[in-house]
Design a protein around this ligand. Structure first.
Ligand code: CA
Length: 233
């Protein structure tokens, strides 16, 4: 991304909004701010920002509704901001298509780190082409049409479900996928015992994929929320 990224900050809390915009300004990002959901949707469509930071508790529209409206026409990255007590809202936001989340209170460093990770993912997606049939991430390579995956050029012996799970996470690298989203995509439903099965499949997949399954390099766990495939340098 050569031009300066444009960030849309949606937050009704004035001190938080000021902190965010000052931080962005200091680090030479361009930004727009919106204090309400309606203004957020309007600015998102008129300015097509590169990344949206979206507070979930807004005075007019529910943050999840803002995501649904933006997602009806755009895949722009959306990072939701919520308080720790709003875990259910956070999960609903991720299910509606948010890419990542920040939990209040957050530090300026966390904000900038999430932003950099999101922008890096955008440039990777733009350069590799969305319909690429081979995925590479560090030593991991997935040949989607052939249905096989390799780690350091050695084929991983994956079961069909493990392969499906790996592909789903890979196709959404950098994005947090909720338990519900994953189970619906793998099994077409999301019952409590499917989430339990997902945990079991994740253990076996990690044993094959990760050099040290207890300190995973590829698949990150978000306790009570889901999993994310990380971009390995
Ligand atoms: Ca708020």
């Amino acid at each position: 991304m050569n031009k300066k990224p444009l960030i849309l900050v949606v937050e009704d809390d004035v001190p938080v909004r000021n902190l965010m915009s000052t931080t962005l300004k200091t680090h030479e990002y361009k930004y727009l701010t919106a204090p309400t959901g309606r203004e957020a949707v309007l600015l998102a469509s008129s300015h097509n920002p590169d990344v949206v930071f979206l507070d979930l508790g807004l005075p007019d529209l529910d943050g999840v509704e803002v995501i649904r409206q933006i997602r009806s026409w755009s895949n722009m990255p959306i990072i939701v901001i919520s308080a720790r007590s709003e875990d259910e809202d956070k999960i609903a936001a991720l299910d509606a298509g948010a890419d990542d989340y920040l939990t209040k209170p957050f530090s300026v460093e966390e904000l900038l780190a999430r932003l950099r990770a999101t922008i890096r993912r955008l440039s990777v997606m733009n350069s590799s082409g969305a319909d690429s049939s081979v995925y590479t991430n560090g030593p991991l390579r997935i040949d989607y049409p052939a249905g096989c995956a390799f780690l350091y050029e050695e084929e991983l012996k994956l079961t069909p479900i493990e392969f499906k799970l790996l592909c789903l996470l890979a196709k959404n690298t950098g994005k947090v996928l909720t338990h519900t989203y994953i189970t619906q995509n793998i099994w077409g439903r999301s019952w409590d015992n499917d989430i339990a099965s997902l945990r079991v499949f994740m253990v076996t997949l990690r044993k094959k994929l990760e050099t040290a399954p207890d300190t995973p390099e590829f698949i990150q766990t978000h306790v009570g929320i889901g999993y994310r495939m990380l971009k390995v340098e």
